[in-house]
Ligand binder design. Structure first.
Ligand code: SF4
Ligand code: SF4
Length: 233
């Protein structure tokens, strides 16, 4: 979620039917037990992640190195449930189909297990229950675990707490990413300038020569610019 497609999905929540009632009564109606069908891990456009997920993976030593190659950023300029302008870090899916949906790189299709189960993103922990800042809702009504099992009052309370944390963490992350992006750009530009300033006169001349050479070099001729060969008989 949280790329454009996921944000759109979340904008049309299926409300948890029992939201207005006391938890004791809700537990009788909102039931969920994962059947491990794997649909939510194989049919997604992306999985949003948060600073808390990143910090946890970094604390887990080299684990971040396994996750990092699968992370990307997306800018959202459309309104979503959290903000109007945001940059969302997310896990990029693989084998994406014509509908923009694919398989999570951490999903073991053969054994139907999550390879990072012990440290999965908070978004996956709370799935399919979500929170939009005002109320709880089912983010994916096709989840076949809905209505199954016998969820206890405590389990529902715990799931709701996780859904609220997911909402707060995603809001904090996406909103912070916008100013952070500007800070990073300025930081890297400053670093580049400092590196150039540290060059010796000789290296500075070599660099200038390289830059000038690349400016002077003519563009490669395109195929269509090649004269056509003609044969006269
Ligand atoms: S779609 Fe629902 S039942 Fe299937 S694996 Fe995901 S959470 Fe479990
Ligand atoms: S991180 Fe794990 S639980 Fe989340 S989508 Fe990927 S495989 Fe599924």
């Amino acid at each position: 979620m949280s790329t454009k497609k996921e944000a759109k999905e979340s904008k049309q929540p299926v409300e948890e039917k029992t939201d207005e009632k006391p938890v004791e009564k809700e537990t009788a109606k909102f039931k969920f037990e994962c059947t491990k069908c794997g649909t939510c891990c194989q049919n997604r456009s992306s999985i949003p992640i948060t600073f808390t997920d990143l910090a946890r993976w970094t604390k887990q030593g080299s684990f971040i190195q396994i996750i990092l190659p699968h992370l990307e950023l997306e800018s959202l300029s459309e309104a979503d449930e959290i903000s109007k302008i945001a940059i969302i870090p997310f896990i990029k899916m693989k084998d994406i189909d014509e509908n923009g949906k694919g398989i999570c790189p951490f999903y073991d299709v053969d054994n139907k297990i999550c390879n990072i189960y012990f440290t999965m993103p908070i978004f996956c922990k709370t799935f399919p229950l979500s929170y939009n800042g005002e109320k709880f809702y089912v983010s994916d009504s096709t989840c076949e675990g809905l209505g199954k099992g016998s969820m206890t009052k405590e389990a529902l309370l715990e799931l709701r707490k996780t859904a609220i944390s997911d909402y707060n963490q995603r809001a904090e992350t996406s909103l912070s990413m916008v100013p952070l992006q500007g800070m990073f750009i300025r930081h890297f530009m400053k670093q580049s300038q400092e590196t150039v300033n540290r060059l010796s006169d000789e290296d500075q001349k070599k660099l200038d020569a390289l830059i000038n050479k690349s400016k002077e070099e003519p563009a490669e001729p395109t195929e269509s610019a090649e004269p056509e060969e003609t044969t006269e008989s």
